[in-house]
Ligand binder design. Structure first.
Ligand code: G6P
Length: 629
């Protein structure tokens, strides 16, 4: 939610900042802006609209300078206007600030500033209040002596900006990842984070700040992941990190796992399609090195739990948002079936405010591709506070959830740029299956059952390849239903969450009305919606509940609702006279079938969105990483 990039070095800042913003556009794309310092002038370019509009503005009126800050916005406070686009400035216009997060007490702070005579606000944003607060404190701190060695812009001025930022942040209630520059302090940026991610990129004669490594990986793979309450100051050669309270700590430099190549679209027209097609590899990567044939189980060292602890688990809670929640819902069915452990699933946003009765030996898994989703993080923190062991299932290495949990399992899916999650979902499903296998083998699963599951897992990448070959068939189904005003999705057991996920994908990127339901719920109300121009999609693989699904398909057919069936095995034969379109995926064991049945639904949403001319990778109003509540 909002992305920031800062650069200080010897190159021109504008192209580096613009390129970084393009990589962060998945975080929000309402408006964008840069502040680049040229001599003692701040060159500001900002506008409502996408990065392309900002790039056009800069090409019409270039901004020169070798250090600056930039922002792409997902509006929280204030409408999407040029004025509300970041950067924002203090009252003197010398201090520029970009911000990702929410200043909850901005009204109180604004009133205090107004009482102090500071009335020159240009926008409706919470961010501008923080810029003014930093400026207000900066003015009050001792100015450097004009005659001494610390002329304006020297060491004292740098310390003054750091101290003003620190003092202002101490008054803030809320979340922030910020970058600050002062027109009179050359080659110097101050950054800080609390609740919003921020990473420092360490280059040669240049340093970077960004919300996410993808913005800077083309320039450096050496990074420092900042922690909450870290405050960093950087110039071309050096950086210094302390806490908002002024204390110092350990900040190792890490190597980024992926390269700039990995975040390119290649020959694909959209990131979403690229990511759908990557799933044979990402599924393989999610299980790589984690299966053992000798013991017929999974090895998940990241859980950091010994066999006795694993055997003692009495309850599991799975939380997440959006697509990650749907993976959790599949996890509920499969962990209960494989390991016979009670599982509760909840929206992270609900769970964190609920008063759930405490239970012994409970594990809480927070599932999140980004590892930064505010609600999921909130749920994780609440669980920790209650003393539960918390574990993360994340894709982004060193993300906040990954770092704050007691252990976890990484997805290793590589960067996911398309706003609608695809490959991260199937990676989450694999990891949940590995957890089910591991815990099952500590309990009721026999060696033979464990082996059968490993065989099925290992067959999946090739089966996904086969499912991807359905793309042309699905494209023609999408064309056939391009006039439809919505779609209904139905599934049972392991595939009920896939009905939810299919509907979510469709809503997210086509903007059509879509609902997912358990097939049997049809007769309890939803059947009233069935009509000849509203397709129903049944996810009905040839599994333990296939015949039950057939009953529900009959009920829709009897009311002249068009049916698209996603099936497997002998399903196609039986559905021949019921479904208008039959999509056949390969057969696997029941608990793994969602990994295959979801592929045609991802493709259906994709092809329909393309046919409708939607912006597939950046659907309206959405952002990939939702770091506000
Ligand atoms: C946003 C995205 C969804 C995603 C959800 C959870 O709403 O648009 O695609 O599923 O956040 O994201 P997470 O990073 O926590 O998995």
């Amino acid at each position: 939610m909002c992305g920031i990039v800062g650069y200080v070095g010897r190159s021109q800042a504008a192209p580096i900042l613009l390129d970084g913003l393009r990589r962060l556009e998945y975080r929000g794309y309402d408006s964008a802006g840069v502040a680049i310092i040229n001599g003692d002038q701040v060159e500001t370019r900002k506008c409502a609209g996408r990065i392309a509009s900002l790039a056009k503005l800069i090409s019409q009126k270039p901004a020169t300078g070798s250090y600056g800050i930039s922002h792409t916005r997902w509006a929280t406070h204030g409408k999407v206007t040029d004025e509300n686009a970041h950067p924002h400035f203090d009252a003197t216009g010398k201090i520029a600030l970009v911000h990702n997060g929410v200043i909850e007490n901005y009204q109180t702070l604004k009133e205090q500033l107004i009482q102090d005579g500071d009335t020159n606000f240009q926008s409706d944003t919470d961010t501008e209040v923080l810029a003014h607060l930093i400026g207000n404190i900066y003015q009050k701190l001792n100015p450097p002596s004009p005659k001494g060695s610390d002329v304006a812009g020297g060491k004292d001025s740098k310390a003054r900006l750091v101290n003003a930022t620190r003092a202002a942040l101490k008054q803030v209630i809320g979340t922030y990842g910020i970058a600050v520059v002062h027109a009179d302090i050359p080659d110097f940026i101050v950054g800080a984070r609390r609740g919003s991610p921020l990473v420092l990129g360490v280059g040669k004669d240049e340093n970077f700040l960004a919300s996410d490594v993808s913005a800077i990986v083309a320039h450096t793979r050496d990074v420092v992941y900042l922690n909450d309450f870290d405050l960093v100051s950087l110039d071309r050669e050096n950086f210094e990190i302390s806490s908002i309270e002024g204390t110092s700590g350990e900040h190792p430099v890490s190597k980024v796992e992926f390269t700039a190549e990995d975040i390119k679209k290649g020959d694909y027209p959209h990131y979403m399609l690229k990511e759908i097609c990557e799933q044979p590899d990402t599924v393989r990567d999610a299980m790589r090195g984690r299966l053992t044939y000798e013991e017929c189980t999974a090895k998940l060292g990241g859980l950091d739990m010994n066999p006795a602890e694993l055997r003692d688990i009495a309850r599991i809670v799975l939380i997440g948002c959006g697509t990650a929640l749907h993976a959790a819902r599949v996890g509920e069915y499969l962990i209960e079936q494989l390991a016979n452990i009670p599982v509760d699933v909840d929206f992270a946003s609900e769970y964190r405010h609920r008063n759930t009765p405490p239970t012994e030996h409970t594990l809480v898994f927070a599932i999140s591709q980004s590892g930064e989703t505010a609600d999921t993080l909130g749920g994780l923190r609440e669980s920790k506070r209650k003393g539960y062991r918390t574990l993360g299932i994340c894709n982004n290495v060193a993300s906040t959830i990954a770092r704050e949990s007691d252990g976890g399992v990484y997805m290793h899916a590589g960067p996911e740029i398309g706003v609608a999650a695809t490959k991260s979902f199937t990676s989450q499903l694999i990891i949940l299956n590995l957890i089910g296998l591991l815990l099952g083998r500590m309990r009721q699963l026999s060696t033979a059952q464990g082996k059968r599951m490993i065989d099925a897992l290992e067959a999946l990448p090739n089966q996904i390849e086969a499912a991807l070959k359905l793309s042309d068939q699905i494209k023609s189904i999408a064309k056939k239903y391009v006039e439809a005003t919505g779609m209904l999705f139905f599934g049972r057991q392991f595939n009920y969450p896939i009905a939810l996920e299919g509907a979510l994908k469709l809503k997210e990127i086509t903007y059509l009305f879509a609902e997912g339901h358990p097939s049997a719920e049809l007769k309890h109300g939803i059947i009233a919606l069935v009509r000849p121009d509203l397709p129903s999609i049944f996810i009905a693989p040839d599994d333990a509940v296939f015949s039950k699904n057939v009953n529900n398909i009959e009920q829709v057919k009897a009311r002249k609702g068009p049916i698209i069936a996603v099936t497997s095995g002998n399903g196609a034969k039986q559905l021949k006279n019921l479904a208008a379109d039959i999509v056949e995926v390969p057969t696997t064991i029941d608990c793994l079938s969602p990994v295959l049945t979801v592929i045609p639904l991802q493709l259906l949403a994709y092809h329909l969105a393309v046919a409708l001319g939607r912006d597939v990778d950046k659907p309206r109003n959405l952002a990939k990483s939702v770091t506000v509540e």
